[in-house]
Design a protein. Structure first.
Length: 331
């Protein structure tokens, strides 16, 4: 999900490299001129099996101290397990748990993308010092918020009426950020009420480029257009404009309760999960064989033209995050 709008059309769809032709739709991403000038739940089929694969090595930024010694809200632990984690992932290397009393450690998180503050849906990702209410620590969760600007903000951000909060561990922006190559990435999330909001949990390369120097490289663990809260998209993007993805029916509404969304990303496959059940798998292309960092965004719109903010949309909209964790295979 970069600084660009995503458009889906039959002409822009491509099958994934490990499946039959035409079975998996592809997004063709359309970046805005600003992005080009500046330089990416669900449980679904109830019977689908669990799966995992691969090995990996740590990237920059992650300490291996015990969780108890780490900052509140963004703990980096040395070991641990979870019922949803596939077998073999025995080393917890990143644990951001927004428990009661937690704070956001802005040494480990940043509030914008490397290319600027333009949101994917025309929203403005303002600095946390200027609008701290967009990162609301409420009870045991963090809520990333999307709302209209007030009078003073409209004057300050000329032409920008919609403001949003986001988080990223991009080491180029966060002094103690986190990036790693391969692992099991999981977040426990609750989508905002729609229509209109477009929440996402995704990964981008530490280099902010594909391995061939191209601009397309990311793993979208979950994107949801809240006009259809019982469906989400899992995707990879690589080699400038290639995509392998799947629209997944959840069997429940993602805006009614918390669920875990995850990917097992290894050198051979990317395998996506909801609540511990596999929902989609695709081969890992060369562009994604490099360290990547975590991103949580809250925009509006997306490629579903019906996903528009209207009178029935509760604002501020809130994308609730219980935790974000990353496990590695034991070395």
């Amino acid at each position: 999900m970069r600084l660009r709008r995503r458009m889906i059309s039959s002409a822009a769809r491509r099958s994934s490299p490990d499946e039959g032709a035409g079975r998996q739709p592809q997004q063709r991403r359309q970046r805005t001129a600003a992005a080009l000038a500046a330089a990416a739940v669900f449980a679904v089929a109830a019977a689908l099996p669990l799966a995992a694969c691969g090995d990996g090595a740590d990237g920059g930024g992650a300490a291996k101290s015990p969780a108890a010694a780490a900052p509140a809200g963004v703990a980096v632990a040395g070991s641990g397990h979870d019922p949803h984690v596939p077998a073999g992932y025995d080393r917890l290397v990143f644990d951001a748990d927004f428990a009661e009393g937690a704070t956001i450690d802005w040494r480990r998180w940043a509030d914008r993308m490397w290319y600027g503050r333009e949101g994917d849906g025309g929203d403005l990702r303002v600095a946390h010092e200027e609008a701290p209410d967009l990162w609301q620590l409420s009870g045991p969760v963090l809520k990333l918020r999307l709302r209209y600007a007030d009078g003073d903000e409209l004057r300050r951000y000329v032409g920008r009426s919609l403001l949003s909060g986001m988080l990223t561990t991009d080491p180029s922006l966060a002094p103690s950020g986190f990036a790693t190559q391969y692992g099991y990435f999981e977040a426990r999330l609750k989508a905002p009420r729609g229509p209109g909001p477009w929440p996402a949990f995704w990964l981008m390369p530490k280099s902010n480029r594909g391995r061939d120097g191209g601009e397309y490289a990311e793993i979208d663990i979950i994107e949801m257009m809240t006009s259809t809260p019982d469906r989400y998209w899992a995707s990879i993007h690589y080699d400038h404009d290639k995509t392998s993805n799947k629209a997944i029916s959840l069997g429940f509404r993602g805006d009614e309760d918390f669920h875990t969304y995850a990917v097992s990303w290894e050198s051979d496959f990317c395998i996506f999960y909801v609540d511990g059940r596999e929902t989609f798998r695709t081969r890992t292309p060369d562009d994604l064989k490099q360290p990547m960092y975590i991103i949580l965004t809250m925009s509006q719109g997306g490629w579903d033209k019906q996903n528009k903010i209207g009178p029935q949309t509760p604002l501020p909209a809130e994308f609730a995050v219980d935790y974000v964790r990353v496990w590695k295979r034991a070395e």
